[in-house]
Design a protein around this ligand. Structure first.
Ligand SMILES: NC(=O)c1ccc[n+]([C@@H]2O[C@H](COP(=O)([O-])OP(=O)(O)OC[C@H]3O[C@@H](n4cnc5c(N)ncnc54)[C@H](O)[C@@H]3O)[C@@H](O)[C@H]2O)c1
Length: 353
């Protein structure tokens, strides 16, 4: 049966990188031999400014019932209130579809993409599992006496036992299938005492996985280790806020915002795949954005769809391309967006010969 995929280009560079992602998807489907259909949706800031609608009523039910996966470009535009469309689309999809895992592989394809001295692909190969629905992002915030000298603002870090346990368990399952079988929990439980729930849950779930090496780092130390000894990490599990921040550091260690991908996952149900970068409005419509991150998100999407051969093929195509010397740099403008998409398509076709 054909897979049903929803695509949202969104804002800024989003439509350009999604176009390349879909181009590569078509090449992999043809080569690996599976069928799919894509429904493209226009939601984003332009659509909002034209219609006043961020996402139409019933859209979540449509995603849930009619699709296996969503491919997202990026959301965010300086013409509207900060975070309005991001919360209304990315946040809404994560929360309403309960996509509780944010999976972020951090893999260095070639040492010349790494800003750290003497680090090679063998040193940078880790997977971050970021909780995706709770923490400071749960939406419990407010202001009193706004605009006055007495103003108070609060935002609550929300953790539920169920929310913490399911994401920790997911991370252990990932670690189980990896060669090194090591997991690190990253938190700040020494200062943020609410995170003691993470400490206890990690220890309890960990008892079910005696073969997995388990350790712990406070988030400030984890940032230091990411730069000093990235080889220390295999699988890491952390809170929504810390995961958001530390994986941008991870993106730089693997070569920049143009390469880092993520999956917003609810196992076995509709899930969303995207780059970790934003809409980079300054590069919109200039054919300068690097689409590799979105193409890597397509690779994660194929894995979710159960198209394991296609996923492996695309991973090999990316590895072949990025470990060679054809790509000068991962930075915006080093190559055309469409040029990079074409290079990946060519690699995929070569693998099919
Ligand atoms: N998931 C998302 O859609 C998402 C994520 C982060 C930020 N945002 C939104 O995006 C907007 C811009 O945010 P920002 O400037 O903080 O972050 P950004 O990731 O959009 O851009 C930061 C910088 O990273 C580089 N960059 C990003 N994507 C690139 C690519 N594909 N190729 C090459 N270089 C790339 C550019 O130098 C860019 O200036 C904001 O509205 C923000 O809220 C959206």
């Amino acid at each position: 049966m054909a897979h049903n995929i929803a695509a949202l280009g969104g804002d800024g560079i989003g439509p350009e990188v999604v176009r390349e992602g879909l181009k590569v998807l078509a090449a992999v489907a043809e080569t690996a031999g599976f069928e799919y259909q894509v429904e493209e949706y226009p939601y984003g800031t332009d659509h909002y400014l034209e219609t006043g609608v961020i996402l139409p009523d019933g859209m979540m039910d449509t995603f849930r019932k009619d699709f296996e996966a969503i491919l997202l470009g990026a959301i965010g535009d300086p013409r509207v209130e900060v975070g309005l469309i991001e919360r209304g689309i990315i946040g809404a999809i994560r929360w309403d579809l309960d996509l509780y895992v944010n999976l972020r592989p951090i893999k260095l394809y070639h040492e010349r993409f790494c800003p750290l001295k003497d680090k090679t692909p063998a040193d940078v190969d880790m997977v971050f599992v970021r909780e995706n629905t709770e923490d400071a992002y749960a939406g419990m915030h407010g202001f009193v006496h706004k605009g006055s000298p007495l103003e108070v603002s609060t935002q609550t870090m929300v953790y539920t036992r169920e929310g913490v346990e399911r994401v920790i368990r997911y991370a252990f399952e990932i670690a189980k299938d990896r060669e090194r079988k090591q997991i690190t929990m990253i938190d700040k439980a020494n200062a943020v005492r609410a995170q003691d729930l993470w400490t206890r849950t990690f220890a309890e779930v960990g008892e079910e996985y005696p073969d997995i090496k388990q350790d712990h780092a406070y988030v400030d130390a984890a940032c230091m280790w990411m730069v000093k000894n990235p080889e220390w990490f295999d699988v890491a599990v952390t809170t929504n806020l810390f995961g958001d921040i530390i994986t941008d550091l991870g993106a730089m260690v693997q070569g920049g915002m143009g390469i880092a991908a993520s999956g917003n996952i609810r196992p076995g149900e509709v899930s969303m795949f995207e780059s970790i970068h934003g809409s980079a409005p300054k590069y919109k419509d200039q054919n300068k954005a690097n689409p590799i991150a979105t193409i890597a998100a397509v690779q994660m999407m194929l894995d979710h769809l159960g198209e394991k051969d296609g996923a492996r093929m695309l991973d090999t195509a990316l590895m072949n391309l990025l470990s060679g010397d054809r790509i000068k740099s991962m930075s915006a403008g080093a190559h055309g967006t469409d040029e990079l998409g074409d290079m990946v398509v060519k690699e995929v076709h070569r693998l099919g010969e």
